[in-house]
Design a protein around this ligand. Structure first.
Ligand code: SF4
Ligand code: SF4
Length: 372
């Protein structure tokens, strides 16, 4: 086998929240039909078998738990279809948590789901952006969902915290809150769709420094935080190459299906599902190979400044969906991305150097496999 194929199904345009930074398109009651979902799963299974890959199916929205019966049907349908094949199937979901229940988690735990819970940390940080249509914040329900996750310690999970110009002032407090309430991986998703002013970026940098202090403190106390954006930089230093997730897979090993059955290179590029520049077929006519190959050919980084940069193998400069969000080009980085990546690398390196020179046991265990 040579890596997984990830198929993301956008089950609905509907959502009970109206997050201010949402990139998932307009919100209205419009769900994927069962027929479209089955066709997408058939195509994904055939593609996985054709390329000798295992298959990750990810449910996305809108809020995918609004379509719980359809989601369950997709899992059962695919498991039956794949029963005779060697293809290994895994499932995942990205949810705002407001509709999560113990029963649903139990069902997902029985199928080895990866649950990605979107929660932006403390009440102040979270409620800045993650609100219901009537304007009130959703933190209470998201925190309840986090509490439910803790009841399933063997369920694969992570929390996703979106950082944007409006909430970055609360970043340290937000990450502290997450570390106090959750012991799994914390993903900071920076908002590349927004314009960041110099002042806002300065605030973000200051907050990231404070977060890094807390991260170092968590190693010293023996209870390290799992902060993905920093860990990936440390690993990329140790391996002197990008962590696997930094190799962009869009359009090839990463395919998203819109509610209406159109194919897109990544879940973060679906939006309203109507951008012809990045659509490559649909479930009825199949994958348009010429369009798909054209998109794949644009991956990489054509920004001249990056060619000689010492950090080009440790930076997110080849992430196609991030580049597309910020610049409209899959292979062009934005100034915000460059500044942010340099900040993260510098902070991660300084922290790693200090912890290494202290021979911190938790740090050595995490990154060298055992205390030296
Ligand atoms: S919960 Fe997700 S889909 Fe719904 S508005 Fe927020 S970011 Fe968008
Ligand atoms: S740090 Fe900036 S210049 Fe260097 S590779 Fe990344 S985006 Fe390019």
């Amino acid at each position: 086998m040579n890596g997984n194929l990830t198929l993301t199904l956008c089950l609905t345009h509907g959502c009970n929240l109206r997050c201010r930074y949402c990139y998932a398109g307009r919100k209205y009651a419009h769900a994927m039909s069962q027929e479209t979902a089955e066709k997408a799963l058939d195509l994904a299974l055939a593609e996985a078998q054709r390329t000798g890959r295992n298959l990750d199916i990810s449910f996305f929205g809108g809020e995918p738990l609004l379509e719980w019966p359809l989601l369950r049907h997709c899992c059962t349908y695919l498991q039956q279809k794949a029963a005779e094949s060697a293809t290994r199937i895994r499932f995942g979901i990205t949810t705002n948590g407001t509709l999560l229940t113990r029963d649903k988690l139990e069902w997902m735990a029985g199928r080895d789901f990866l649950v990605g819970l979107s929660i932006d940390g403390s009440p102040a940080m979270h409620n800045t952006n993650r609100r219901f249509a009537d304007g009130h914040g959703s933190h209470e329900l998201a925190a309840e969902a986090l509490g439910l996750l803790a009841c399933f310690p063997h369920l694969r999970s992570k929390v996703i915290c979106v950082v944007n110009p409006a909430n970055c002032i609360h970043l340290r407090e937000g990450v502290r809150w997450l570390h106090d309430h959750y012991h799994g991986p914390i993903a900071l998703n920076f908002d590349y769709w927004s314009e960041w002013t110099d002042e806002q970026f300065a605030t973000l940098s200051q907050q990231l420094e404070l977060v890094t202090d807390d991260l170092a403190g968590s190693y010293r106390s023996g209870h390290p935080m799992q902060l993905e954006c920093m860990e990936s930089k440390i690993i990329s230093h140790l391996q002197n190459q990008p962590k696997d997730c930094l190799h962009c897979r869009i359009g090839e090993r990463e395919i998203a299906v819109s509610v209406d059955g159109n194919f897109f290179p990544c879940s973060r590029m679906v939006g309203d599902g109507d951008d012809p520049a990045i659509c490559f077929g649909n479930v009825s006519s199949g994958i348009d190979r010429a369009r798909q190959n054209a998109i794949i050919a644009t991956r990489g980084n054509a920004t001249p400044e990056c060619r000689l940069c010492e950090w080009r193998h440790r930076c997110l400069n080849t992430c196609g969906c991030t580049n597309y969000a910020a610049t409209g080009h899959i292979n062009r980085v934005s100034p915000f991305l460059c500044n942010l990546q340099q900040t993260l690398i510098r902070l991660a390196d300084d922290m790693a150097e200090a912890l290494y020179s202290e021979q911190n046991p938790a740090f050595l265990q995490r990154f060298y496999g055992a205390a030296k």
